[in-house]
Design a protein around this ligand. Sequence first.
Ligand SMILES: Cc1cc2nc3c(=O)[nH]c(=O)nc-3n(C[C@H](O)[C@H](O)[C@H](O)COP(=O)(O)OP(=O)(O)OC[C@H]3O[C@@H](n4cnc5c(N)ncnc54)[C@H](O)[C@@H]3O)c2cc1C
Length: 338
Amino acid sequence: MFIYQDFCLKPYTTFGIAVEASRYVAITSLKDLQELYAGDELSKKLVMVLGGGSNILFTQRYEGLILACQILGKEILKETDDEILIKVGGGEHWPSFVNEMVKKGYGGIENLSLIPGKVGAAPIQNIGAYGVEVKEVFESLEAFELKTGKIKKFTKIECEFGYRSSIFKTTDKGKYFITHVTFRLSKKPKLNLSYAPLKEAFAGRNENEISIKEVSEAVIQIRNSKLPDPDQLKNAGSFFKNPVVVEKTAQKLKESYPNIPVYPQSDGKVKLAAGWLIEQCGWKGKKVGAAGVHDKQALVIVNYGDASGEEILALANDIRKSVQKQFGIKLEPEVNII
Ligand SMILES: Cc1cc2nc3c(=O)[nH]c(=O)nc-3n(C[C@H](O)[C@H](O)[C@H](O)COP(=O)(O)OP(=O)(O)OC[C@H]3O[C@@H](n4cnc5c(N)ncnc54)[C@H](O)[C@@H]3O)c2cc1C
């Protein structure tokens, strides 16, 4: 295990921001964490975990130790005629894992195809797309508590999953290194084609004849047509969460803006489309220096070249201000700002 000094993070986040971390180390096993803990590197110092860097914006040099999660491995813990329980290393590449499971016919995560990042980060914000959230297949996770060196197992309830949220993004933010995640996948999958573009893609087809491979391929096709590929255009996906408001607020907005998309939730609240609000404020396709708002999806902020993290954040703050001014709605960042 080698600790790098003044380590450039540019290739390690999908925003491609040229900042350094004062120290950086690749973690390939639980033993690595235990060694660092024994060497007093974790308990009293500034540390953070980095996965694939696809949901993170560094706005300045990181004056601490970055633990890059590279724990690999997959183990089937239990298998029946109906399902499998599979434990996966936090450093496994999420899209490759989904692809492998889909090929084997294990369903439940096909709608989450092509979401960038690593397995260990998937529970952090309860990743979701096309009507499915990872909590639906989540069984448990194992995490190393950085300040105490203790290993803890979290059940689904303990993770307190919500919309793009979990305990690891709220009360326990930054406290744990997630080493492994266990998923319950189905051998007799039930498809979720509730999301409009998927419904359209399979219109006229008998659902019993559609395979999870076809669903995965459709999701990949839709994502490629809508979202910029970070390998070509630096970005971190949706910069903001879709705001969830009380029904009265949504109704008032509907009176002033009859076209506003509203999505009633099971708890009586209403989800609004942050991208629509941003677009109405005139931001779609706008560039400010090397930072900008994507021209196809206003929810995505893009680094067109060598934008600094501060420039990206300044643009995000201007967007928030104008949405607040026009609609009275406070946008919350989905991206982790460091
Ligand atoms: C083009 C694009 C499209 C996207 N689409 C979606 C989408 O459809 N749905 C969605 O939900 N998200 C989406 N995202 C966001 C992102 O892919 C997910 O949030 C993903 O789970 C982040 O994984 P990561 O490994 O890159 O995490 P990172 O960005 O490295 O880290 C994110 C946060 O998790 C923490 N963290 C990471 N790994 C660990 C670990 N092992 N233990 C403890 N803490 C950890 C970090 O400290 C940080 O706070 C998209 C991003 C991009 C670039």
